[in-house]
Write a protein that binds this ligand. Structure first.
Ligand SMILES: [Zn+2]
Length: 201
């Protein structure tokens, strides 16, 4: 009797944990994004007091946190904002995103490719809002960084929804690739981590 009761309790705990994880992931994702963007915007305001580049970058988007002009984003010297997300410059040759958009020197001029890079990285930010930071780092950031797939880069399951959410116009994707991407995101939200936790615990 005791054992049955105990088992029931554990199952209930697992279900609760699972539910919390699914509900909390996007909530934490949204809160984190809000806090990060606000802190960065405040930081940019302070920096603009002595940094002329930052001041000009922010003036060019009229200090609009929801700026939608991609050309102004790619032509920025140090920072910018795009649809509520802070844009930074990083060294190297691969743009990236986590709570912000990180562009390289390759995205300094307004070309179809550089504008697609802004759209694509912004799409990754939307993914983070939907699945939360832990899922994002584990199942989008990691495979993207380690390039775990034989498929063409932007058709990979963790990349293709960044394309659709960000509204990339220079690349087309097969319906199959999009379907795979949507399923990948849903499976991630509804339990990849929790299944791994249960099977290892
Ligand atoms: Zn990507």
């Amino acid at each position: 009797m005791e054992k049955v009761k105990e088992k029931k309790l554990t199952i209930r705990k697992i279900i609760l944990l699972w539910g919390f994880f699914i509900i909390l992931s996007p909530i934490i994702g949204c809160i984190l994004q809000l806090v990060f963007s606000t802190v960065c915007y405040a930081g940019a305001s302070v920096m603009s007091l002595w940094d002329e580049d930052v001041k000009q970058d922010m003036q060019s988007i009229e200090w609009n946190i929801f700026n939608k002009d991609e050309i102004k984003v790619v032509e920025s010297k140090k920072i910018s904002m795009y649809k509520g997300v802070m844009v930074f410059r990083i060294p190297g040759n691969r743009a990236g995103s986590f709570l912000g958009i990180f562009l390289t020197d390759y995205e300094r001029k307004a070309t179809p490719n550089s504008i697609s890079a802004v759209h694509h990285e912004y799409g990754h930010n939307i993914q983070q809002l939907l699945i939360g930071p832990i899922n994002y780092l584990l199942y989008i950031g990691l495979p993207s960084w380690r390039q775990w797939s034989e498929r063409s880069y932007y058709d990979r399951p963790w990349e293709v929804t960044a394309e659709s959410f960000g509204g990339v116009r220079t690349r087309q994707h097969e319906a199959d690739a999009l379907k795979r991407g949507n399923n990948y995101l849903l499976t991630t939200l509804f339990g990849r981590t929790i299944i791994i936790l249960i099977s290892t615990g």
